[in-house]
Design a protein around this ligand. Structure first.
Ligand code: 2YH
Length: 279
């Protein structure tokens, strides 16, 4: 799992408008609209609910400690979407106590292993990895105006790949699961099918290079660089990439142009927040 650093996130807050415009030109939809699609939510109802929904972001000092700008950036993404958000003045237990005392509707907090949101009214828990996978899957589908019966390669079969795979199956896609650790791909297939429904829609890929040319869509959810070599980027390939660092070279990004969706925090936070609001 990749731990974000200040350099990954320090410019997110000041660039949210431009980021959103870019997302609209790539997918046809805004950050909030994509988050709504990730959870099949009604956008109009959601916009009303968000206005009065308060989320307190709690800095966490355990493990490797505070990441400069992390909580503030999460908070700014939430505000950009229209939520009532703040960063608690104190961290850890004091921060949690403050959120409960001030009757926040939800909290968000992250240590080195997990980034979660909790709805304090309903006790619903949302996990960043699952939410991130789901929303990048929704973005991939929107880029293409739907993904039913399309072949999508899911690269990386960890928690983000799992969230993405579940959403993609829900959208009617056929999946090719790839992981450099092959047993991870088999294990994800087992989880997804539970030995039953949907088996025929999921295949395991062990030779990435020869298979990628048959897949017009890739969901890149690995924590590694340059997983998709430039020479395998065809003119029609579309990539949705929650993986950090991005598995595509600078040149590869130029080839893909607006056929690539990638960010380090925005889509995942938006998906978590929308999931928290929904009953
Ligand atoms: O970046 C991370 C982990 N890799 C979790 C990612 C889950 N998909 N955590 C952020 C740690 C933040 C820190 N504790 C803070 O500033 O509060």
């Amino acid at each position: 799992m990749t731990r974000l650093i200040n350099n990954d996130i320090c410019e997110i807050s000041s660039r949210l408008n431009g980021y959103n415009r870019n997302l609209q030109s790539t997918t046809g939809h805004s950050l909030l609209e994509i988050a709504a699609r990730a959870y099949c939510a009604d956008e109009i109802k959601l916009t009303h609910q968000i206005k009065t929904f308060s989320i307190h972001v709690i800095p966490v000092t355990s493990g490797q400690g505070i990441i400069k700008n992390f909580s503030e950036t999460v908070c700014n993404i939430l505000k950009f979407l229209g939520f009532k958000a703040l960063v608690t003045i104190e961290s850890d237990t004091f921060g949690l106590a403050s959120a409960l005392e001030k009757k926040a509707d939800a909290i968000m907090m992250a240590d080195d292993e997990r980034f979660i949101g909790v709805n304090l009214n309903t006790r619903k828990v949302t996990d960043n990895s699952d939410a991130t996978g789901r929303i990048f899957a929704a973005a991939l589908s929107l880029m293409n105006g739907g993904i039913r019966d399309a072949n999508v390669m899911v690269m990386g079969c960890g928690p983000v790949g799992e969230g993405a795979a579940k959403k993609l199956l829900g959208l009617g896609a056929r999946l090719s699961l790839y992981d450099s650790d092959l047993p991870m791909a088999y294990s994800l297939k087992e989880k997804l099918t539970n030995g039953l429904v949907g088996q025929s829609r999921i295949q395991i890929v062990d030779d990435f290079a020869s298979h990628v040319l048959k897949c017009p869509y890739i969901l890149e959810a690995t924590p590694s660089e340059e997983t998709i070599p430039d020479e395998l980027i065809s003119d029609h390939l579309r990539v949705s990439a929650p993986g950090v660092p991005l598995g595509i070279s600078k040149n590869g990004r130029k080839i893909l142009k607006n056929r690539l969706v990638h960010d380090k925090l925005e889509l995942g936070v938006a998906a978590m927040a929308v999931n928290l609001v929904l009953n």
